[in-house]
Design a protein around this ligand. Structure first.
Ligand code: PMP
Length: 436
């Protein structure tokens, strides 16, 4: 039988046994081997070191191979590497939970494995909360352009996209509301916020289990930022409707936006918060879902159907918890480093903003972003970002634009010289960018 399919050659020199994520293998050159990391630098098997201007998928909060985090993990590995968390607890988990509760006002900490699972737990908790109260609600509201992870529940609340397409018919329905993204010198933001709030008010007329959002910045959806006052208005509406508010802070949390939680900077108090990425300083995969005491209370009682029957083999892994405590130690030892990072971007970004290939400039904490001026269509498949990525990489800087959206998301430890190199590389890359 013939299928009519041509064998598709795997691109040059890819490892025969690896299947990399988010990678169109045929059109992507072989992956380079990295042998060592230190601070903001990645050392490759061949060639000069690269400045990691994206914190390796937004995780390495304090830089590569940070000695404080590395030592904490090593010590924990030699003490207790893992224990079944349903029978036992351990000092690292208890310390971390107390510290996070104290810093956020959310009293309960549920551990899982990554950002997607932290979101799954938040969604399941919200839906079961209503179920446990005897007032089941199924509607979930999410925002246009959202990205919450790649597992089925997280995909369902995320925007439908190229990534989700094969699964779209299987994803549960979610009510969608516009996300009034803004940028420097945006004259229309108030009108677009009002439209979004009007839509949200309409959506909330249907009893709603929860509204989920990425506070201050939608990451994978294109580094799309909103103003704190919009999020405060959303919270007010959610409270009026008696619904729950979930903040997915997998990217935005843990100092990325200038405060421990982006919600704190935005001036909102969600019922559930999902954390990952910078939580363990990018050393180990771990997720946390924080919940208010009012959420937790509905899961108590002798009726077994009230229990949150959810868990993972590696729940509250002691190495992950040790890494997270060390990551928090580092944030607390030098708060100015994350609280004032935005100023370091600001001066450099102002200069870049004048470049003719740069538009819709935006900045939040450690994250600076803009859209490329191109002739192509806006979005993830716009090839201009890939071309820029190559040009910038030739200058020793690693970026990974999302289509035509370019961003810098460096580790906190990046030096001023290294940050200058990132901006210089962007400048010369933009000068050399074909088209226009
Ligand atoms: N939520 C947000 C806001 C994210 O940015 C991501 C990852 N980029 C996730 C959830 C999913 O996290 P993970 O990749 O660890 O599953």
């Amino acid at each position: 039988m013939t299928t009519g399919l041509q064998a598709c050659p795997v691109s040059r020199n890819h490892h025969p046994n690896l299947w990399p994520p988010f990678t169109s293998i045929t059109t992507t050159p072989a992956l380079e081997q990295v042998v060592r990391g230190e601070g903001a630098l990645l050392y490759r098997a061949e060639g000069p070191p690269l400045i990691d201007a994206i914190s390796s998928w937004w995780v390495t909060l304090h830089g590569h191979a940070n000695p404080v985090v590395a030592a904490a993990i090593a010590e924990q590995a030699a003490t207790l590497e893992q224990v079944i968390f349903a029978e036992f607890t351990h000092p690292q988990a208890e310390r971390l939970a107390s510290r996070l509760a104290q810093r956020t006002g959310l009293d309960r900490v549920f551990f899982s494995d990554n950002g997607s699972t932290a979101v799954e737990v938040a969604l399941k908790t919200a839906v079961q909360w209503w179920h446990n109260r005897g007032e089941p609600r199924q509607q979930l509201i999410a925002f246009d352009g959202a990205y919450h992870g790649d597992t089925f529940g997280a995909m369902a609340v995320g925007a439908r996209s190229l990534f989700s397409e094969p699964f779209d018919p299987m994803l549960f329905p979610v009510r969608r509301v516009p996300w009034p993204q803004t940028h420097w010198n945006d004259q229309t933001v108030e009108a677009s916020e009002q439209r979004a709030l009007d839509d949200l008010a309409l959506a909330l007329q249907t009893p709603t289990a929860a509204v989920i959002l990425e506070p201050l910045i939608q990451g994978a959806g294109g580094m799309r930022m909103v103003r704190p006052q919009f999020l405060q208005a959303v919270e007010q509406q959610v409270r009026r409707a008696g619904s729950l508010l979930i903040a997915d802070e997998v990217l935005a949390g843990f100092g990325r936006c200038g405060r421990l939680l982006a919600s704190q900077r935005a001036g909102i108090q969600p019922d559930l918060v999902a954390l990952s990425k910078g939580l363990t300083a990018g050393f180990l995969p771990m997720g946390i879902t924080m919940a208010s005491e009012a959420i937790f209370q509905e899961f108590l009682g002798s009726d077994p159907t009230k229990t949150l029957w959810h868990g993972h083999s590696f729940t509250a892994n002691p190495l992950g918890c040790a890494a997270a405590n060390a990551s928090l130690d580092l944030l607390e030892a030098d708060p100015a480093c994350h609280e004032q990072f935005e100023q370091r971007h600001q001066v450099r970004l102002e200069r870049l903003a004048d470049h003719p290939r740069v538009q819709r400039v935006r900045l939040c904490g450690t994250i600076a972003a803009f859209d490329l001026v191109t002739d192509g269509e806006q979005g993830y498949l716009n090839p201009a970002g890939k071309v820029l990525r190559g040009l910038v990489r030739d200058q020793g800087v690693l970026i990974r634009p999302l289509g035509d959206v370019v961003y810098l998301l460096p580790p906190l430890c990046i030096s001023d010289d290294q940050l200058d190199q990132c901006y210089d590389a962007l400048h010369s890359g933009l000068d050399a960018l074909p088209g226009r």
